[in-house]
Design a protein around this ligand. Structure first.
Ligand SMILES: [Ca+2]
Length: 275
């Protein structure tokens, strides 16, 4: 399916609070009632909602396991193509701290894959992937992941550590537990296991990555824009600068896990192509 209603944009001022000042609603945690991985899109929101507020820091949840980058990527800016399958695989297992880094910057980091809902019920199998489209290894510390609750309360997580080399893919996971994320290969965990986590809403939501108050990329979807168990995928070979072109996105076709279901996507690897 195409994602004509998705929105990706850069260069937009992010109007969300820093983690220290964040307030979260307390309330219900709706149960998903949507379709199976082979069926229709999800029909309910898994984001928390309700009145009240509770501030909580997020940094302790970060568990980087891999720098996720590839030192062999060939892209140099957002206007070039994503790495394709002919590129050498990402074999990095730990950050090389001797490599000079750049901070996240507009045009150098793009959201290219999003698993809004991996399954029905309480779902902690959500994840998303970014690609470094610049020429410099990016130090992801300080990157802010943002997604509001269903009542539009801002929720952010400030990334504590992580590096992604030029052309490299980097996977942010809600959960680092293989039983929750279906054996997902990931680079960083942004969830804490609490209801205050950043959740990707199933009835429609927005995901942003920002740095220094500037939004670097933004993806918006509705319940009609994804299939449960399949990531929304920006196709390999297309320019991330074109991820505003909603017709270019599609459902992933590669299977990355069969643990407790069948899950489609290419976490940490070049994306599938689209029909
Ligand atoms: Ca991928």
């Amino acid at each position: 399916m195409k994602y004509r209603r998705l929105v990706a944009a850069s260069g937009v001022l992010l109007l969300v609070s820093a983690c220290q000042g964040r307030e979260r609603p307390r309330g219900s945690f709706p149960t998903d009632t949507g379709a199976s991985p082979s069926g229709d899109a999800a029909s309910s929101d898994d984001a928390w909602s309700g009145p009240g507020a509770d501030a909580e820091m997020w940094g302790d949840a970060a568990t980087p396991t891999d720098d996720g980058g590839s030192d062999t990527g060939t892209t140099t800016d957002a206007g070039t193509s994503m790495p394709d399958s002919s590129a050498p695989p990402d074999t990095s297992t730990s950050p090389d701290t001797s490599v000079p880094t750049c901070p996240p910057a507009p045009g150098a980091l793009a959201i290219v894959e999003v698993m809004v809902a991996s399954q029905s019920g309480t779902d902690r199998g959500e994840w998303f992937e970014v690609v470094n489209t610049g020429a410099c290894t990016i130090d992801l510390a300080g990157l802010e992941i943002g997604s509001p609750t269903s009542d539009l309360t801002p929720v952010t997580h400030s990334v504590t550590a992580g590096r992604v080399s030029p052309g490299g893919h980097f996977v942010f996971a809600l959960s680092g537990d293989p039983a929750d994320n279906h054996d997902l290969p990931f680079d960083y965990v942004y969830g804490t296991g609490s209801r205050d986590d950043v959740f990707l809403g199933n009835t429609g939501d927005v995901l942003t990555i920002a740095y220094g108050g500037l939004t670097l990329d933004r993806i918006e979807w509705t319940d009609a824009d994804f299939v449960r168990g399949m990531s929304m995928t920006f196709p390999r070979g297309a320019s991330p600068a074109d991820n505003d072109d909603l017709g270019l996105w599609c459902d992933a076709s590669s299977v990355y896990s069969t643990r407790d279901g069948v899950f489609y996507g290419t976490p940490g690897a070049p994306n599938d192509t689209c029909p």
